[in-house]
Design a protein around this ligand. Structure first.
Ligand SMILES: *Cc1c(COP(=O)(O)O)cnc(C)c1O
Length: 381
């Protein structure tokens, strides 16, 4: 089945009791048993829920994985994954990553004796050098947030295999429409389903996908044991959102390309970070591992002036000033004070997240209106 059919059909069956074509919302906490142990495979809804199962099967199919598990948030998914490690274990992570991931690693899990090393992952020799006998996992985001760096998943997978450690990829920015890390050799894919998969800015959810049976079993155990499960209503909303993932992503990519080119040619813009430019330092890797370049981009105004950036951030109307990304509506954000505020300034600036950096999540509105909105904001500085 091709991707654009999977979004609508994969893992989904009409409801056996009624024929309802849409997966029902099984809003229940428990299931009646005829006699102790005599049930239809469902005992308690933290462990199993039919609406959630349908979504998990669909999510697995989108990443060409055997197993999919969903969680009450992207952070809930990451939390569950890291709980497969034990004190003393080490993780080599990219240094250009989602602020919340950095926060859970350094503020939560370091306390439990897990060690994290943050490095730029455009340098494979440095990745190899950072692996010790205690390293159990490589964690990577690509494209990275908010600098839109591209990291070579295949090259990392080779290193991970050599050292017999897990390669986990946060695929939130690309979405499965643009990139499938498991096909490139990754062991596990994580999504903040909140973003492109949900796509309508109305649900917070996370997911993990893998082909590894033993890992999936361990994660399913933790999903039930720790309990960060999403409710059936949210699972339904995400199933509904995914049905248009391919159509939305196509438009995100088209609008993204138009706006990236508009920005790069604008006299008030200094630099634009977008992997679709031939001048992007890892454009060739992006071309080889992604099927398009998406609608996420960041830019810095000429003069790198914080006050000018603040003016632009508060003068757009169609681009709403908000955290998050991947919804149908366009958003504008300020990583230094918003999504990346939990990373110390010194750390942030090492990876390019300066105070004047502006991030866009280009939505699927008419692109001419979006450009006019930016043009009006630029006119104020
Ligand atoms: C939003 C996000 C997360 C966290 O997901 P939540 O659903 O907000 O908990 C993790 N990684 C990336 C890249 C994100 O954008």
């Amino acid at each position: 089945m091709k991707f654009n059919t999977k979004t609508i059909h994969a893992g989904l069956e009409p409801d056996p009791s009624t024929g309802a074509i849409m997966t029902p919302i099984f809003q229940t906490s428990t299931y009646v048993q005829a006699a102790p142990g005599d049930h239809k495979g469902y005992e308690y809804a933290r462990t199993q829920n039919p609406t959630r199962n349908a979504l998990q099967n669909n999510l697995a199919a989108l990443e060409n994985a055997k197993h999919g598990l969903c969680f009450s948030s992207g952070m809930g998914a990451i939390d569950t994954l890291v709980k497969t490690l034990v004190p003393g274990d080490e993780v080599v992570s990219t240094n250009d990553l989602y602020g919340g991931t950095y926060r859970i690693y350094t503020k939560v899990f370091e306390k439990y004796g897990i060690k994290f090393t943050f490095i730029p992952m455009n340098d494979m020799a440095l990745v190899t050098k950072s692996i010790t006998s205690k390293t159990k996992m490589i964690w990577v985001e690509t494209p990275t947030n908010p600098m839109l760096n591209i990291i070579d998943i295949k090259a990392l997978a080779q290193i991970a295999k050599q050292h017999k450690i897990m390669l986990a990829v946060d695929n939130t920015f690309a979405s499965p429409y643009l990139q499938n890390p498991i096909d490139l050799g990754a062991d596990l894919v994580m999504h903040s389903v909140t973003k492109y998969l949900g796509g309508h800015s109305d649900v917070v959810m996370g997911a993990l996908m893998t082909n590894d049976d033993a890992l999936a079993e361990q994660l399913a155990f933790l999903q039930n044991a720790c309990g960060a499960v999403p409710g059936p209503q949210d699972c339904f909303l995400v199933l509904r959102g995914i049905k248009t993932l391919h159509v939305r992503m196509q438009r995100h990519c088209e609008n993204g390309e138009r706006i990236a080119n508009y920005l790069v040619n604008h006299p008030k813009v200094d630099r634009v970070y977008w992997p679709g430019f031939a001048s992007h330092p890892n454009h060739d890797v992006a071309k080889s591992q992604m099927r398009g370049f998406g609608g996420m981009m960041s830019f810095v105004l000429k003069g790198n002036n914080y006050d000018d950036a603040l003016k632009v951030l508060s003068q757009t109307h169609l681009f709403s000033l908000a955290e998050s990304l991947g919804g149908v509506e366009s958003l504008i954000g300020h990583p230094a004070s918003m999504t990346h505020a939990s990373i110390p300034k010194e750390e942030r600036e090492k990876s390019g997240v300066v105070d004047a950096l502006i991030r866009l999540s280009v939505g699927i509105e008419d692109v001419d209106d979006l450009i006019e909105d930016l043009e009006n904001a630029f006119a104020k500085i």
